[in-house]
Design a protein around this ligand. Structure first.
Ligand SMILES: [Zn+2]
Length: 60
C-alpha cells in the first residue's frame, strides 16, 4: 500500500500556437521579431523584419 509515483504526468502540456511568425509585407520573409506594444488600447502588434529591416504592424 504505497504509492511511489504520485502522478507525474501533466495532461495539459501542449503548444497553443501563439508564437506564429508574422510574414513581412515588404519582402514576404518570416524572419521577423515581435515587438511589444507601448501604448494603451493597442489592438495591433508591432513586428520588425530582420531581413529587410523594416518595421510593420499586423492586426489581430
Ligand atoms: Zn522584410
Amino acid at each position: 500500500m504505497r504509492f511511489g509515483n504520485s502522478g507525474a504526468g501533466d495532461p495539459s502540456v501542449g503548444t497553443s500556437g501563439d508564437t506564429e511568425p508574422a510574414e513581412c509585407p515588404y519582402c514576404g520573409s518570416t524572419e521577423t521579431e515581435r515587438e511589444h506594444p507601448k501604448g494603451p488600447g493597442l489592438c495591433r502588434s508591432m513586428h520588425y523584419c530582420t531581413a529587410c529591416e523594416e518595421p510593420f504592424e499586423k492586426f489581430g
